[in-house]
Write a protein that binds this ligand. Structure first.
Ligand code: ADP
Ligand code: MG
Length: 729
């Protein structure tokens, strides 16, 4: 890149090994090697214990404490065969990451000796020090302690020398302090509601589960360049940096050849992920230089969420080994694409029916239409809340920028499905039936062509798109815990299905035939939910105006979006579906606002430090060099000619003076804005102040810094530039 400043640094990271020692077995043989899955349960547990545990996993039976010891014994034996010495409850506090506290298997026997110990009690419940995790004041108002409890539906696994036990994390009075507890409740709610609705069509269905297939986008940067950028280290994104002359405009990175070092990283990551039972399938370059994606095959939602959390930790570890840092921030670089995490979501039954897949018979298709329309009802009714579920200080940079879904939730259905719904809504009702001899009235819903399965006219601008046999929620951020979006989506769909069932049953009770009653309600709901359906360009300004006319939530301020969690309709939804109570919602919002404030606060501090310690000193140093040159030229050529010959340098000297002055003033204003905001006690008002007065100031400073970067000598500039960070050599 013609810049020698960081060549030594990059050379060092490039020296890391390219070799990945692949296991000699085939992937199918090492898949889930470090997971205590059914095969291992069968091998390591007594038969009756195994049966009981499977009953718990498959049908949500209560885990009997009497078998817990036997389960723990089996696990311990398996783990110790893999050299495991410690165990930990592994949970997902409201900090976005995962938490673990390792304890050794050993217990002191009180006689000066040690024994390997892991009891059922330790497996099932622990008391991590809850006070170190955000709780939004739940612990002050309620009970001081929190505990973690095993979630047997997500299998135990081994990371390094530690047995990791997926757990929920709740307060002693039962309030959720994590993502998993409400997710499990939401999944239960949608199971109950969807199973009930399925019974109109398939009485044999016993349960319905939600599926999630996430697509994780990320950036890689050379680790040593990363450490030369304090903003990346402390905030996860570049707070300044002029665009590289070339970035993604040639469209040459997407699906391009994967650089060799990256390929080695990916291979290593995949092997380790497969060993942990994460069913990796797809890997490719993404749109921006330095950006990549990994996607596994979809799984049951709770497990998929755990696997995503696990993968994100794993990525960081493996990246380090290859001399990279992985950036999961939604917008690490200005001016090029950010990273998201599409959430492919669907429902399916215990007997294998995909509820968002059109069928062959009119009955199957009616069921399909019911699930589509009630999902639209859910998304329509709670569009603001769904947006709130994916909003964060970091994803804020991506939503609404014309690359990712806009900050307005709408749903794309595609032409065929739109036409079908249109037909069902507008046709004369008798035309939706035909007479079928003895059987009486039969449904006459047009068959949906197979073609729809390969729905090719996918609309990339839609935040919630139907893609053939699932919906794809695209607004989720790359660093987010998918559970946040999945809690809201599954609960909202549960509520819509429950209401649908109640209304259909009311008509049936009045003597209406079942299919006819279903059609009546569906026709009504297609009309009601129409405003959420939008197949056009979600990036256009016309859509913003149109969406406002339709009454969709157009709020763009992140902290204000969080208000949606405390709307009457949201509280009613969460409470009636048994997912969260009002006090839990209020507490979690406190955490969201506090987190927002802290993130912007840290960014503002780093911005101030970098401006004062890196940018201004370097710029004035260069300015002095220029001034010396002007003086020397005047000495040589005399005043008149010397001035004329150095006119360019004089212009630069002036420009540097003006810009550094603006930066200095900007930083002062930034500090003052922070001081004012810090005095606000109320968490929401403080976050709003940070959004409105602090975050905006940073943009003004950045503008000046980026212009200085273009004129100051490359040799002096201390921060690695975009063109150095973005292209992996
Ligand atoms: P894209 O073209 O959007 O990248 P992919 O074929 O790569 O689509 O699939 C993206 C994700 O969607 C994968 O995780 C895949 O397993 C998942 N997926 C496919 N079908 C379903 C479904 N019915 N329900 C949920 N996820 C699904
Ligand atoms: Mg996708």
């Amino acid at each position: 890149m013609g810049n020698l400043r960081f060549d030594g640094v990059v050379a060092a990271s490039r020296k890391r090994p390219l070799e990945v020692i692949a296991p000699v077995e085939r992937p199918s043989e090492y898949f889930a090697k470090y997971v205590f899955n059914r095969r291992k349960m069968y091998k390591y547990l007594p038969a009756d214990v195994y049966e009981q545990l499977i009953e718990v996993i498959d049908h949500g039976a209560r885990l009997d404490r009497s078998i817990a010891n036997a389960v723990a014994d089996g696990m311990k034996q398996w783990a110790m065969e893999h050299g495991v010495t410690h165990y930990t409850h592994w949970f997902q506090p409201l900090t976005e990451g995962t938490a673990e506290k390792h304890d050794a298997f050993v217990e002191h026997d009180g006689k000066g000796g040690m024994i390997e110990e892991f009891s059922g009690k330790l497996l099932m419940q622990q008391e991590p020090d809850a006070s170190s995790f955000p709780s939004g004041g739940i612990r002050n108002t309620f009970e001081a302690r929190g505990y973690s409890a095993w979630d047997p539906t997500s299998p135990v696994f081994i990371m390094d020398d530690t047995l990791c036990i997926p757990t929920i994390f709740i307060s002693y009075t039962g309030e959720a302090l994590d993502y998993k507890a409400p997710l499990l409740r939401a999944l239960h709610a949608v199971n109950v509601a969807a199973t009930d609705v399925c019974h109109y069509f398939n009485p044999e269905v016993q349960s319905v589960h939600a599926n999630l297939g996430w697509e994780q986008e990320y950036f890689l940067v050379d680790e040593d360049l990363y450490f030369a950028r304090p903003d990346l280290v402390l905030t996860g994104r570049t707070l300044m940096g002029h665009s590289s002359a070339k970035n993604q405009q040639m469209d040459d990175h997407y699906f391009g050849t994967i650089p060799e070092r990256v390929q080695a990283f990916m291979k290593d990551l995949e092997i380790q992920a497969l060993e942990l039972g994460i069913p990796c399938k797809t890997r490719h370059n993404e749109v921006a230089p330095g950006q990549f994606e990994l996607a596994p095959i979809f799984e049951e939602c709770n497990l998929a969420v755990d696997h995503n959390m696990l993968l994100m930790s794993l990525m960081k570890k493996v990246a380090h080994k290859h001399g990279f840092r992985v950036l999961l921030h939604e917008k690490p670089f200005d001016g090029i694409n950010g990273s998201g995490k599409h959430n492919n979501w669907s429902l399916s039954t215990d007997n294998g029916i995909l509820l968002y897949k059109s069928g062959k018979t009119p009955q199957d298709n009616l069921r399909f239409v019911v699930f589509i329309v009630e999902t639209l009802m859910a998304v329509y009714k709670h569009n603001g809340l769904l947006k709130a579920s994916v909003m964060s200080a970091t994803n804020d940079h991506r939503l609404g920028a014309n690359e990712a879904p806009p900050a307005i939730i709408s749903s794309f259905l595609g032409k065929q499905l739109s036409d079908l719904l249109d037909h069902i809504e507008k046709a004369d009702k008798k035309d939706l039936f035909k007479l079928e001899g003895k059987k009486g009235m039969e449904l006459d819903i047009p068959e949906i062509p197979e073609l729809m399965i390969d729905n090719t006219d996918r609309n990339r601008t839609s935040p919630f798109a139907f893609t053939g046999n699932r919906f794809e929620f695209r607004a989720v951020g790359s660093e987010a815990n998918c559970a946040s979006a999945m809690i809201v989506l599954n609960t909202a769909v549960a509520e819509a299905l429950t209401s649908f069932k109640q209304r259909v049953d009311a008509l049936i009770a009045k003597g209406e035939e079942k299919n006819s009653a279903i059609l009546d309600i569906i026709r009504e709901d297609i009309k009601t939910s129409a405003p959420i359906h939008f197949d056009g360009n979600g990036y256009s300004d016309e859509w913003k105006a149109e969406a406002a006319r339709r009454g969709l939530d157009c709020e763009a301020s992140c902290p204000v979006c969080f208000d949606r969690y405390l709307d009457k309709d949201s509280i009613k939804m969460f409470e009636s579906e048994g997912v969260m109570k009002e006090n839990e919602l209020a507490a979690r919002n406190e955490v969201k606002w506090e987190t927002y404030t802290k993130k912007i606060q840290i960014e503002a501090r780093v911005m101030g430090d970098l401006s004062m310690n890196h940018i201004i000193p370097v710029a004035t140093h260069y300015q002095s060099q220029l001034a010396k040159n002007v003086e020397a030229m005047i000495d040589i050529f005399g005043r008149e000619e010397g001035k004329e010959l150095t006119s360019r340098n004089q212009k630069l000297i002036r420009e540097i003076a003006e810009r550094t002055q603006k930066i200095e003033t900007g930083v002062e204003e930034l500090v003052n804005a922070r001081k004012v905001a810090n005095k606000i006690a109320d968490a929401r008002a403080k976050a709003v102040a940070y959004h409105d007065t602090v975050a905006t100031k940073m943009e003004e400073i950045r503008y000046q810094v980026d212009h200085l970067e273009m004129i100051v000598s490359d040799e002096l500039w201390t921060l690695p530039k975009y063109r150095e960070l973005l292209f992996i050599r």
